[in-house]
Design a protein around this ligand. Structure first.
Ligand code: CAA
Length: 392
């Protein structure tokens, strides 16, 4: 037998960031979560505090305003924040994974200095524009176009479900920049565009089933001129920028799903030890014990998948041959569906009280559902996983 080793221990720094996030979540986020949800209120004060703590640019190098930590640390902090408030979690995730990460990987030095740095510090906020009213899962088929003109590009189109959109200072936008007249094959380009640019407007925010405090909206580009230096990465390679970004974003959403499930499990354990039926607290009933056992086992399985994907993303930072598309998709698929199952059982354990807004598990249940939809539906994750397993 070869003497291999596999280390499931977190490093001291990873434990420190997890504990800092847990402490902040317990003291400042959790007490506000029900109110944020009820009033659909954007948590401006928590976003500002996350910026101060370095949570809005966790894996961004320090020279560009980030905390300079690894992606496992990011996953840990995302889980803790999301356990307290999934809305606050996704605001953090979009800024880290969908805005900062592509600028770290594909941005020019000027974009890194002038745009990434204040966004990673939390002084400014970012969002990501890929989805359109008629193009979600089939992302290549977008209708937004950018036409080359002297000194820049003119953009026309609309993007919807843009999380952070109403409050964001910048958007990373994907548009078609080339279409083959015979085959119809298109090429895309990524742009980074400040809010307030002439021709870039935003609709009122959306109203949703869950993550109600994380505002999203539709954004419009009408004859919107952006200079050449707004291009992120290479002209014509924007789809790869989008896909590589989502490989990271899916780790963020998997971690958000872990947090929601962790919260639902903890509340269920607590409730089961207090509530009595048939002469005993309900934790003595095997029906409840089996639900708790399944919840804990599935949560741990999802966490291991998520940490594996995050650890691979860390490897990919220095070794460009490392890809983690499949592992990120597996983590996101399993963690999101697990989160919905766990939140479902949490309501079952709470009985009628679980259905009431007086208890947090109904919010967990509503919040969990989105994790199966955004940053690629469960069906898209299965397509990515199957393509990887069947290739070659
Ligand atoms: N990394 C780098 N390049 C990649 C890649 C990856 N992970 N995946 C694909 N590519 C490249 C391919 O190599 C290919 O390149 P070539 O043309 O040079 O060969 C190109 O991209 C096209 O790839 P496919 O043919 O596989 O593309 P497809 O059209 O079949 O689509 C898909 C693949 C996986 C279905 C993709 O469209 C997809 O992921 N769809 C879901 C979109 C999504 O997740 N949207 C979420 C929106 S963001 C959001 O939700 C934000 C929020 O609110 C929080």
């Amino acid at each position: 037998l070869s003497s291999g080793s596999m280390d499931f221990e977190l490093t001291e720094t990873q434990r420190m960031i997890r504990d800092t996030a847990r402490d902040f979540a317990a003291k400042e986020v959790a007490p506000k979560a029900a109110e944020l949800d009820k009033n659909e209120r954007w948590p401006a004060e928590l976003v500002a505090k996350m910026g101060e703590l370095g949570f809005l640019g966790i894996a961004v190098p320090e020279e560009y305003g980030g905390a300079g930590l690894d992606h496992v640390s990011y996953a840990l902090a995302m889980e803790e924040i999301s356990a307290a408030c999934a809305s606050t979690g996704v605001i953090m995730s979009v800024n880290n994974s969908l805005f900062c990460d592509p600028l770290v990987k594909f941005g020019s030095e000027k974009q890194k200095k002038e745009i990434l740095t204040p966004v990673a510090r939390g002084e400014k906020l970012g969002c990501f524009g890929l989805t359109e009213p008629m193009s979600g899962s089939d992302a290549q088929t977008m209708a937004t176009v950018a036409k080359k003109v002297d000194g820049g590009w003119v953009i026309d189109g609309a993007k919807n479900w843009i999380t952070n959109g109403p409050h964001a200072d910048y958007i990373i936008l994907f548009a078609i920049t080339e279409k083959d007249p015979t085959t119809g094959k298109v090429k895309h380009t990524a742009f980074v565009i400040p809010s307030g640019t002439a021709g870039f407007t935003k609709n009122a925010r959306d109203h949703k089933l869950g993550i109600k405090a994380a505002h999203s909206c539709t954004v419009f580009f009408e004859n919107c001129f952006v200079p050449d230096d707004a291009v992120v990465g290479k002209v014509g390679e924007g789809f790869k920028v989008a896909m590589a970004t989502l490989d990271g974003g899916r780790i963020g959403i998997a971690s958000q799903a872990l947090g929601i499930a962790k919260a639902a499990l903890e509340k269920s354990v607590q409730y089961a030890k207090e509530r009595k039926s048939f002469g005993v607290t309900i934790d003595k009933h095997q029906a409840i014990q089996f639900m708790i056992a399944d919840m804990g086992t599935e949560l741990d399985a999802a966490r291991l998948l998520t940490w594996r994907a995050a650890a691979l993303k860390d490897k990919a930072v220095t070794d460009k041959s490392v890809r983690h598309s499949m592992e990120s998709a597996q983590a996101k698929l399993y963690a999101s569906e697990m989160s919905t199952r766990v939140a479902h059982k949490a309501i079952q354990i709470h009985g009628g009280y679980g259905y009431s807004t007086e208890f947090p598990v109904e919010r967990n249940y509503r919040d969990a559902r989105i994790t199966e939809l955004y940053e690629g539906t469960s069906e898209i994750q299965r397509i990515v996983i199957a393509a990887n397993l069947l290739k070659g």
